[in-house]
Design a binder for this molecule. Sequence first.
Ligand code: ZN
Length: 422
Amino acid sequence: MTSSGLRRDAGPDGARVVAMLRELADLTSDEAGAQRVAWTGVWQKARAFLREQLRGLPVTVRTDAAGNQWARLPGGGSGVVIIGSHLDSVPDGGWLDGAYGVMCAVEVLRSLAARGPLPCPVALVEWADEEGARFGHSLFGSSAVAGTLNVAEVRELADASGLRLGDVVAEHGVHLDRLDEARQEIRGARAYLEAHIEQGPVLEREGLPISAVSGTVGVERHRVTFRGQTAHSGSTPMDMRRDTFLAAAATALAVRESAVRHRGVGTVGAARLRPGIVTAVAGETAILVDQRHPDAGALEAMRGEVRRAAEEAARAEGCAVSWEPVFQTAPQPFAAGLVDVVREVCTELTGHARVLPSWALHDATPMAGAVPTAMLFTSSAKGISHAREEDTPEDHLRLGVEAFYRTVCRVIARSAGGDAAG
Ligand SMILES: [Zn+2]
């Protein structure tokens, strides 16, 4: 026994995690990549694969009112420690995004189950629809559990074929009117811990296999629409145009400038021109602007700068501009005490105490608002994710499993000691 009351054991098998991930990829990918889009048959196949991996463990497996799968390992006392991630992918996605964290959690459960009675319960969660690939709404299951999902807003969302979210999730046993019931899953929870690939190039660039994560950055998304005058591309003199695309293009440059100035990121990922033909000056152009920063003040400054730049660009081109919020989330710092645990473990294993912000959102983002939360990152080869090229060196994946296991053990031990992990 250790001082925390947990028996020592052989620990987790990182190679088994890699083997499970390869098997899952074989089951749910085609030549274009992973196809585990939420609320589809392939996704259900992935979830059945998870249940198979859990078979034989002393866990209760069930699905909550929001469609999240839970596997609960009993332990003494109250205050469950929750570990997990998501199995859904974007279309043509990678083999590790989300699935790595779920399979890490399976292996941790297996190791914990082998070491005898636990001082507190531990639950694996596999979140439903993290990516929002089909309906454009990310973090469905985790935000339902955290109590931040706007049901009225998601009810009417439709996929590319016009099917409504409310109807599709009902086919998977999720009823929007009962979604609130999912909130009871985290009542009294001590901690939420998630392992994930970085999905960016920072760890690889710094030669590090793993790191702690300080939190997720704030995100501001807006649709900016410029309205001018559609006119003939040939017969309209250059000085008599009200060209909305030029105003949008100038705004896109300002998005980049502002992001560089504040050391944030900014993207114009979509533009729609009307009428969108080569023989007409575009009378209307709408762009989608995504801006991110770990600091709320800097994010606010970036948003203000781009808004002023859009107004100036519109004026210069004789256009009107409107600015419509699409999505917004504040920077979400993780629980300092838990981030310290992850950092300590990473330092033990690598000799480095690096802590990175996450520039992508995760299920840990809504969870951090409800339960003390932390994350562990594993490097991403070339920083590529959401693509079939997504990869991580196998030794980094295995080290991440060990680091995640040690983190969970330490958090459980702290829970047993009555030391809140905030
Ligand atoms: Zn993910």
